[in-house]
Design a protein around this ligand. Structure first.
Ligand SMILES: Cc1ncc(COP(=O)(O)O)c(C=O)c1O
Length: 396
């Protein structure tokens, strides 16, 4: 008897086909292949904090996980004590007043909110202004909403800040949302209050909503505390800021972030989240609140650690003759590749011949070409060794 095979065809929705390719998955693959050869690979290509969460936060989580209240569903938009903790931190750190009930949304990490905001605000045919180079997750949300991107080049000549005067007029007419990110990934640049004032004016003039990604808000060097977008008069009328515990408290695995600012945007984010989730585990929310309201010396120590690593790297770069500018914040160094190389050919070379992984700048956008990004996410000894290995290639 003939058996009929009925192949069940799973056809993804069109939406799935527009998602940008994950450039960094390729990088991880190359690094793993090199390590599988038994090589001692120093991976400076990714942005994963290497230190553990401070013990007082972990201890609170251990206790809180036993609280039966948290074993039930949490309130849809999260516990008010966590929103109040964020509001208190913004008041203390930046002198900014936010209403925890209406101006704070709790997120599953900043990444989630950065994707959701595009879905909340953009229709097909709309334009989103996106920094180039920039954090690739901005692209994902724009793609899922069927909108288009118009890139704002970030160049060394303009201190890696966007120049609003050169944005294409046609794109500007359709622009509804923009992303800015300081301290910046990948360039390590920081922004001052003049830039944010200019941004608020630009938003008012054009009607664009500002999404300020402040993921590295706690990490500023040379005694300069990064400025929050929300410190600018009028900022709350035109946008929101995304904040995360991932970097400030080494809590990347915990997935806790916030959208803070404009009440309308916050309510839209809460609305979309009502359909996706039922907020974070209550124990995580309690430990997150403690992170924000408890002692902050762990944050000062962490920033000092990154600054010390930065100095170790720039000392080594100097010794091998690799000329670059120090980052003002974040935990990334943005280094120009030597003449005769592209971002990718240089990254491949240092992986193959020095067993060092750096992220090629073109993965962050076309204006990232000519650079590689190096993360300050391992010990000073290993960072120095990585640079010395590159030095031994005799390129500089
Ligand atoms: C610029 C930037 N924004 C946002 C995030 C998101 O962080 P999380 O989702 O862990 O809050 C990252 C993480 O690497 C980042 O580099």
């Amino acid at each position: 008897m003939e058996t009929q095979t009925n192949e069940h065809v799973i056809k993804p929705a069109d939406r799935m086909t527009v998602l940008p390719t994950q450039f960094f998955a390729k990088l991880v693959g190359k690094a793993n292949a090199q390590a599988a050869k038994g090589r001692d690979v120093i991976n400076l290509g990714q942005g994963n904090p290497d230190q553990p969460t401070p013990p007082h936060i972990v201890a609170r989580m251990q206790e809180a996980s036993a609280n039966p209240m948290y074993h039930r569903y949490p309130p849809f938009s999260g516990y008010s004590f966590l929103k109040e903790a964020v509001a208190a931190r913004y008041k203390e750190d930046y002198g900014v007043d936010v209403d925890p009930a209406t101006e704070v949304a709790i997120l599953f990490g900043g990444k989630t909110g950065l994707v959701e905001i595009s879905q909340c605000l953009l229709n097909p045919g709309d334009v989103c202004l996106v920094p180039d180079p920039g954090y690739p997750d901005y692209w994902s949300g724009v793609a899922l909403s069927g909108a288009e991107m118009s890139f704002m080049p970030l160049t060394a000549d303009n201190r890696f800040l966007p120049d609003y005067s050169v944005i294409d007029e046609e794109a500007l007419k359709r622009a509804k949302l923009m992303f800015i990110n300081y301290p910046n990934n990948p360039t390590g640049a920081i922004a001052d209050s003049d830039f944010y004032e200019e941004t608020v004016q630009f938003a008012r003039r054009t009607g664009v909503v500002v999404a300020s990604d402040f993921a590295y808000g706690a990490i500023g060097f040379d005694g300069k505390k990064p400025v929050s977008f929300l410190q600018t008069p009028g900022a709350k009328e035109v946008g929101v800021e995304f904040y995360t515990l991932s970097k400030t408290y080494n809590m990347a695995g915990w997935r806790v972030g916030f959208a803070i600012g404009n009440a309308k945007v916050v309510s839209l984010i809460n609305l979309i989240q009502d359909h996706y989730y039922c907020s974070l585990f209550g124990g995580i929310q309690e430990a997150a609140a403690l992170a924000l309201t408890g002692p902050q010396d762990c944050v000062t120590e962490l920033t000092a650690r990154y600054e010390s690593r930065r100095e170790a790297v720039f000392g080594a770069l100097d010794r091998i003759g690799w000329k670059a500018d120090r980052p003002g914040g974040s935990f990334f160094c943005w280094l120009p590749v030597p003449e005769g190389y592209t971002s990718e050919s240089f990254a491949d070379l240092v992986l193959e011949q020095a067993d060092v992984v750096v992220a090629p700048g073109n993965g962050f956008g076309t204006h990232g070409e000519g650079y590689v990004r190096l993360g300050l996410l391992t010990s000073e000894e290993r960072l120095i060794e990585a640079i010395e290995r590159i030095g031994k290639l005799g390129i500089f």
